[in-house]
Ligand binder design. Structure first.
Ligand code: FAD
Length: 402
């Protein structure tokens, strides 16, 4: 009997790989290990509808419990994989059990970045990555008056929108000049800053945090400019780091994520990786990239599953992403870094527009606000054209995950 295929990480990528293996006819043993307590679930609603209480738990789960029995996928939740031995082709669990594999997928995702600030361990200071985080945050949010968010990225701004909707006093502290600066142009940041301010959110831009204050629970945030912002709930929303320890201790190549090739193969035979935890070569963008998105988790996991079964499809996606803040849906197609000009189409003041990013004549990316059709058209256009102008075939199927 051949050894099973093992998947470490029961998130968006791990589950998609398991599903794809079954869809493609793999009928051997298949085990999916997850160290969380839940069925595999989608994370985007954790800072949107689920956080607001507008979505129940069942809808968060990517598949019902019954799926795993029907598809013969052995799901082992609350089980942490502690070691990988590439030479022996086996993994070790934290209880000492060893299991051999015929192929292994690492889909270990990211964890929330924590900044080692004085006061970071006080009660009332949270990160937002898991269902368990949301359970804790919800209780605190119900009674909080002053919510302070460290970091004006997507998760921070989505959390600000939810908290403002609950009539909390909300302050966002951002070290950069504008919110979401790392990924969008000034026009988009300005649009969302205006929207947040109209909902009563205070934005403290170009501000650094010195420490969090309080005895056992947080009571305030001390800024480097000497000011003090009162707080009874602080969200640290300062990015995420790829979970690479398993790969690293197994001697696999790791850069800004587990290094894989276009077929999701790591540097060790029969070990693959997919999702947030990987760094992969993008022929489209001419460099290695690491993406944190549902699109990437799904599409790279499909390619990894195919590679495990001997297929040769290469992964070179048009990345796409979305963020919901109040009634505004921001959708991003492509990667805009390196652009030298933008073009605005549509009605900016009415909140329905597209912003196109160009490098010379080459379209690199398109951000849309409340213009889903333009977003879909942009994805198609970008899939047809490399940034260097070369034509490529259509880029496979894309699952709408929003
Ligand atoms: P994950 O979903 O992180 O899954 C990895 C799993 O592996 C985790 O459960 C982890 O606990 C487990 N694991 C790690 N190590 C081990 C081990 N040794 N043993 C066992 N299990 C292990 N993306 C979008 O495209 N649009 C959005 O609007 C959006 N919103 C988001 C909002 C929030 C609050 C968050 C947190 C993320 C959001 N994302 C969004 C990002 C998206 O959710 C991720 O890109 C996606 O979940 C990545 O899937 P993954 O399977 O790679 O990793």
């Amino acid at each position: 009997m051949t050894d099973p295929i093992l998947i470490v990480g029961a998130g968006q990528a791990g589950l998609k790989a398991a599903e794809t293996l079954r869809q493609k006819g793999y009928d051997g043993d298949l085990v999916l290990f997850g160290d969380e307590a839940f069925l595999p679930y989608q994370r985007p609603p954790l800072s949107k509808a689920y956080l607001k209480g507008e979505m129940d738990e069942e809808r968060l789960f990517l598949r019902p419990d019954a799926y795993f029995e029907t598809a013969s996928v052995e799901l082992r939740t609350r089980t942490s994989v502690a070691a990988v031995d590439p030479a022996a082709r086996s993994i070790g669990l934290s209880d000492g059990t060893r299991l051999a594999y015929s192929a292994l997928l690492l889909a270990t995702g990211t964890r929330a970045r924590r900044i080692p600030l004085e006061g970071a361990g006080l009660d009332g200071v949270f990160s937002l990555r898991t269902m368990a985080d949301v359970a804790a945050i919800r209780d605190a949010l119900a009674v909080a008056e002053n919510v302070v968010i460290l970091g004006g990225g997507y998760i921070g701004m989505e959390f600000a929108a939810v908290a403002a909707g609950l009539a909390k006093s909300v302050t966002v502290i951002e070290a950069r000049r504008r919110v979401m600066e790392r990924s969008v142009a000034p026009e988009i940041s300005t649009y969302f800053q205006t929207l947040h301010r109209a909902h009563g959110v205070t934005l403290r831009l170009e501000q650094k945090v010195e420490r969090l204050t309080g005895e056992t629970s947080v009571t305030g945030v001390a800024l480097c400019d000497g000011t003090q912002v009162p707080a009874d709930l602080v969200l640290m929303a300062v990015g995420a780091v790829p979970v690479t320890e398993l790969a690293q201790s197994a001697g696999l190549a790791v850069g800004n994520g587990i290094t894989v090739d276009a077929h999701a193969r790591t540097s060790a035979p029969e070990i693959y990786a997919a999702g947030d935890c990987t760094e992969f070569p993008s022929a489209r963008y001419g460099r290695s990239i690491r993406l944190e998105s549902v699109q990437n988790a799904i599409d790279q996991a499909k390619v990894a599953a195919g590679s495990m079964l001997g297929e040769t499809q290469a992964y070179d996606p048009v990345p796409w992403f979305w963020s919901d803040q109040y009634d505004a849906k921001l959708q991003i197609a492509g990667l805009s870094s390196g652009y030298d000009r933008t073009e605005l189409e549509g009605d900016y003041d009415a909140g329905r527009f597209a912003l196109k990013y160009f490098l010379g004549d080459r379209l690199l990316a398109v951000d849309t606000v409340n213009a889903p059709r333009d977003h879909m058209l942009a994805r198609k256009a970008l899939a047809r054209t490399h940034p260097d102008g070369a034509q490529t075939p259509e880029n496979g199927d894309r699952e709408a995950a929003a």
